[in-house]
Design a protein around this ligand. Structure first.
Ligand code: EPU
Length: 454
């Protein structure tokens, strides 16, 4: 007699009750101030561990990832004071009191991995867990670890209650030549910071040239580091004995700027972005112009005006100065409104097109080439057929940029779009709902009462 096992009833997944409602059909007009760059501020906060003197950062975006990084720095012994109104953070790591922190502090962001560099340089040890952050591919840290080993660090992997813990330990870092297989953004940052206090010269070959790294390196130089080659693929660091206090201003967020530029174009509007760095915007502005928009730059401001017609453009993501992978997601809704077939090739992450399923639910015609084995379900290229009429429906954010992509789609969709897992936006975009509403959008965040609408 066969026995049918008793099935434990599956608990329905807890529904996140917070929704971001987007009522489409409004043309955006006006001005918006661009905040400081998330991916620069987070690393500069980590860099403050390199000195026992105070570090003051201005123009820090007030986002959840900054608060997570502040918690991690506090856990390691730093004093962190956040002045939200002034967008200023003071960090004083007078003493490093611990060389480890709970897994959740590392899992909160990908940027947590960069504290490894300063910790190894300052106290010769860190025990940490694989960083979290957006689920957009495998995102290993082999290049960071191999680089640390080249500088003389011993790396030990062990299991801690089912979670992999990594310990990096060194008596004194020694400068070396480090070749990176790929110009990893956080990898370059972690190794750059570690080598500032190493004995002798470090040369990082095939380094990342992203603007956030150039800014970070310049800040480190103002702290007393001796770094040359920033912005090129070979960075040279002459180690110094100690670094000192600094006060700096975080560069504008080119990815946030790109988001509002696309919002202007997709709604047929005209928006001025205040506080942008023209050269950093080039990969985006070139594609916006090719798609039919007009763009002007003057004195740190960028004016974007939608053209009469949107044309399909092809995109391939690459390390800077290539088209940024983060803007692949935010550009996608624009391609759904453009005339013709656009080819999108995601070359940085092997799984950053998953969110397009949500756009398809809204009516987009996006054909993704998928492959995979052993349950993996990966995709790196898409064909977007446009223009298509989008309709508001309930959609789910998968990561920071895909959340914003769905909001952009909602701006041109018929009816109301309801976005779930809104916390992804809090992680990376300061004052997002208010900024869009002041430009004329109609967004309602049911989780956080939004008194300052329009
Ligand atoms: N990679 C490896 N081994 C490594 C490191 C990276 O194989 O040791 C691979 C990754 O799997 C990926 C590619 O190299 O396929 C690029 O990864 P990279 O290390 O350059 O990215 P990251 O440092 O993890 C940062 C930003 C991302 C941004 C990328 C590319 C932070 C905290 N994150 O990630 O930002 O997309 O660089 O510029 O700086 C975001 O802001 O929403 C975001 C995801």
């Amino acid at each position: 007699m066969s026995v049918i096992p008793v099935q434990t009833p599956v608990q329905p997944a807890k529904v996140d009750e917070r929704l971001l409602k987007i009522r489409g059909g409004h043309t955006l007009r006006g001005k918006v101030r661009i905040s400081g760059a998330k991916n620069a501020a987070l690393k500069a906060l980590a860099a403050s561990l390199l000195t026992d003197e105070e570090v003051v950062l201005n123009n820090v975006p007030m986002i959840a990832d900054v608060l997570s990084m502040a918690d991690l720095l506090r856990a390691l012994g730093a004093e962190v004071e956040i002045d939200e109104a002034r967008e200023r953070v003071r960090v004083h790591a007078r003493e490093i009191t611990r060389t480890d922190a709970p897994p959740e502090l590392f899992k909160a962001t990908r940027a947590s991995v960069v504290v490894t560099g300063p910790m190894i340089a300052r106290v010769g040890e860190i025990s940490f867990y694989m960083p979290g952050g957006d689920q957009i591919g495998k995102r290993p840290i082999d290049m960071h670890l191999r680089g640390f080993q080249r500088l003389g660090t011993e790396i030990v992997h062990e299991m801690d209650q089912g979670i992999e813990r990594i310990t990096a330990k060194v008596a004194k870092l020694r400068g070396a030549r480090i070749y990176m297989d790929y110009p990893s953004h956080t990898g370059t940052e972690a190794l750059l910071m570690a080598s500032t206090l190493a004995a002798g010269t470090t040369v990082i070959v095939n380094a990342s040239a992203e603007p956030e790294i150039v800014w970070l390196g310049n800040m480190l130089n103002r702290m007393g580091a001796r770094i040359t080659g920033l912005g090129s693929s070979i960075i040279t660091v002459e180690g110094v004995e100690r670094l000192r206090s600094v006060s700096d201003v975080v560069i504008p967020d080119r990815l946030e700027a790109a988001t509002y530029a696309i919002a202007a174009v997709i709604t047929g509007g005209e928006v001025t972005l205040e506080g942008v760095m023209e050269p950093h915007m080039l990969p985006i502005t070139e594609k916006l112009i090719e798609a039919g928009a007009d763009v002007w730059h003057r004195d740190g401001r960028m004016l974007i005006r939608a053209g009469d017609r949107l044309e399909a453009v092809d995109i391939q993501t690459l390390p800077y100065p290539g088209f940024p992978t983060d803007s692949q997601s935010t550009f996608m809704p624009l391609l759904t409104q453009a005339q013709g077939i656009a080819h999108v090739h995601e070359r940085v992450y092997e799984d950053r097109l998953r969110y397009t399923d949500e756009l398809v639910k809204m009516g987009a015609d996006i054909r993704v080439a998928r492959w995979g084995q052993n349950g993996e379900y990966l995709a790196t290229s898409a064909e977007v057929h446009g223009p298509t009429k989008l309709r508001g429906t309930r959609v789910t954010s998968l990561d920071i940029r895909s959340a914003v992509s769905l909001v952009l789609a909602g701006l041109v969709a018929e009816g109301e779009t309801e976005l779930t897992d809104v916390y992804h936006i809090d992680r990376g975009y300061a004052d997002f709902v208010n900024k869009l509403n002041r430009l004329g959008a109609d967004l309602e965040d049911t989780g956080v009462p939004n008194a300052d609408r329009r």
